[in-house]
Design a protein around this ligand. Sequence first.
Ligand SMILES: Cc1cc2nc3c(=O)[nH]c(=O)nc-3n(C[C@H](O)[C@H](O)[C@H](O)COP(=O)(O)OP(=O)(O)OC[C@H]3O[C@@H](n4cnc5c(N)ncnc54)[C@H](O)[C@@H]3O)c2cc1C
Length: 431
Amino acid sequence: MKKDRATRRDVLKTAMAASAAIFPLPGFFPSPALAQAAKGRVVVIGGGFGGATCARALKRADAKLAVTLVEPNRVYTACPMSNAAIAGLRYLTLQEFRYNRIAAEGIEMVYAPAETIDSAARAVTVGGGQRLEYDRLVLAPGIDFLWDALPGYSREAAASMPHAWTGGDQIALLTRQIASMDDGGVVVISVPVTPARCPPAPYERASLIAHMLKTRKPRSKVIVLDAKDEFTMQRQFQSAWKQLYPGVLEYVSLSDGGVVTSVEAATRTVTTDFDKYTPAVANIIPRQIAGQLSGIAAVADRTGWCPVDPITFESRLQPNIHVIGDAAIAGAMPRSASAAMSQAKICAAAVATLLAGNSPSTPTLTSSCFSLVAPDYAISQSGQYRPAGDVYTEVEGSAGISPVDAPRELRAKEARDAEAWFFTTTTEVFG
Ligand SMILES: Cc1cc2nc3c(=O)[nH]c(=O)nc-3n(C[C@H](O)[C@H](O)[C@H](O)COP(=O)(O)OP(=O)(O)OC[C@H]3O[C@@H](n4cnc5c(N)ncnc54)[C@H](O)[C@@H]3O)c2cc1C
């Protein structure tokens, strides 16, 4: 591996402000102000944290609603805590969830991809040709990748240089690659600019891989190549890295030449402005946009993300279509499972209220986020959000963050809280 970092600082100067990374707490469930019971057909597309939560919340808001959830996969692989699985600290099967309990609540499950949306006729066509008519449509398609943004990277290249940013197969592939890597091997993680899904997750991943290497492959190291100079909870992460992973985790920022400019899958080469790396494992996280379905529904704007009304999450571009979760533009709210769930509940309440002919009220979201740095060491952020204009802004004075110099007992408690959060959340969505 060639590596020469002399003279690179100050060459690249474009600083990227990392997104706030605060996840709404589970349990916030606004009730719709229904003057009368709503009747109507609601189709929800995407059975992830956003869509599955929304389908359930709709049915619970009004049992008379006919709710259909469209999702191609019978098994959903959750990304939160997947970094622990990738680092061999957790079984991947603990990340897998099915839809039986959701179906048992009277929600019709359609296991097929949504393929076309006719907003004038208010109808969706799914793979296999089934046509689903709706009064209101909720889209929660998650993210897609800007495949063309990184020369050499493609769906095919991801089969050897996984992103592991969506999908069980990708997470399993990266897990296998790291487990089978020889001691002395190098793992490179390429981190994109924001906006992106879960801004702290690349640094959590780097931390947990570093923990795994330190304990099981002590001659190995992980190098983070970042397209940004700043990232969320940076002081907390970097102070922990200094303490826990000196010589194991190397961080290269934008200003130090961290931007990956091309990759070559055949030789597993990762090129930056100054270096060429040929690591044993290359985890390439590409730039992101809203899930492909948002293009089909014509709800994404030129940014590639979906502008919405923050009170109802109705699209600014298409009437009667709501967009929630990672695909939506929600201002200061991060793209996280917790945010997706909070938006889902607000959207469900708003849809039920609108179908009953009433006006939804303005919500406040309470938020909390954990990132594991080691199995017994986590950091967190919390805050509240209110709609302001077209997006959400953080309520002044509501932000909380783990102190940089917290004692290890607090870090250990936050690690237990992170595990509890995952259990509570996934039970609420799928259990
Ligand atoms: C490594 C990592 C760690 C993370 N850790 C955390 C964490 O600790 N806490 C946290 O809050 N968040 C975390 N996140 C973020 C979280 O996973 C996402 O923000 C969350 O999954 C977004 O939910 P969503 O419903 O918008 O999208 P998704 O959960 O991705 O669900 C989208 C669903 O839509 C389906 N779909 C797509 N297209 C179609 C179509 N045409 N027809 C039908 N269905 C379709 C997909 O199959 C998928 O099931 C993490 C993310 C990553 C990558």
